[in-house]
Design a protein. Structure first.
Length: 224
């Protein structure tokens, strides 16, 4: 039924919330702002770091309570801090490495597509997965629009040599579901990530799954 799986990174392949919150709060403190609680970042992350810092400022100051210059300065500080060590506090999800290995063994092609800068994505993947786990690894790159644009997903499918309709797009947010649907792919929303079932359902996820191994049931056809 499916010949390839394309994965989101944050909240899907890797638990990065603590890392994002740490660098975000450090950046906020450096600019004289109060910090934000860890759980709040579940709704703040997504759609790229430029959008993220604006959501951070809206959380602290409300809509319209900051200037474009405020956002640009905070974003620059955040990127500098995160780039210093994108692996800090990052963890793999239990069962995910075994799932990816099983997909590879079954002949399913695999890719990563993230709104994180490309160099951060490759560093994280290299830390928590064995070499060769993914044929394609794509992060934020000049010239390719961020998700929910389907362009990155379509490019990943092309690089894998698999038609979009034979790809399963896997992620944890409505943005991911929108990306997969726009690319003509079936989508699987994961409940171990940063968002909840209601958001994934609203995003018209074909499947909603509770653990990484559920992906294997989808691929085998046991999960309808």
């Amino acid at each position: 039924m499916y010949k390839a799986c394309i994965f989101d990174l944050d909240g899907t392949l890797a638990y990065t919330l603590e890392s994002i919150a740490y660098y975000s709060n450090k950046a906020l403190e450096m600019h004289g702002y109060p910090v934000i609680q860890l759980e709040q970042y579940k709704r703040i992350v997504g759609n790229g770091s430029a959008v993220q810092v604006r959501r951070m400022l809206e959380t602290i100051r409300g809509s319209g309570g900051y200037t474009e210059e405020d956002a640009l300065q905070l974003h620059a500080t955040y990127k500098k801090l995160y780039s210093s060590d994108p692996l800090y506090l990052v963890k793999g999800y239990p069962g995910m490495d075994e799932t990816v290995a099983s997909l590879k063994k079954a002949g399913i092609k695999t890719a990563v597509l993230s709104n994180k800068p490309h160099e951060w994505v490759t560093a994280i993947i290299s830390k928590i997965f064995p070499e060769g786990s993914f044929e394609v690894c794509m992060g934020q790159t000049r010239g390719i629009p961020l998700k929910p644009s389907p362009e990155g997903a379509l490019m990943a499918a092309e690089k894998l040599g698999v038609k979009p309709r034979l790809c399963l797009y896997i992620g944890d947010t409505c943005t991911d579901m929108e990306t997969g649907l726009a690319a003509g792919m079936d989508t699987a929303g994961v409940l171990w990530g940063f968002r909840d079932r209601a958001e994934l359902s609203a995003g018209r996820a074909k499947y909603i799954i509770k653990q990484p191994l559920d992906i294997l049931d989808i691929i085998s056809g046991e999960r309808k």
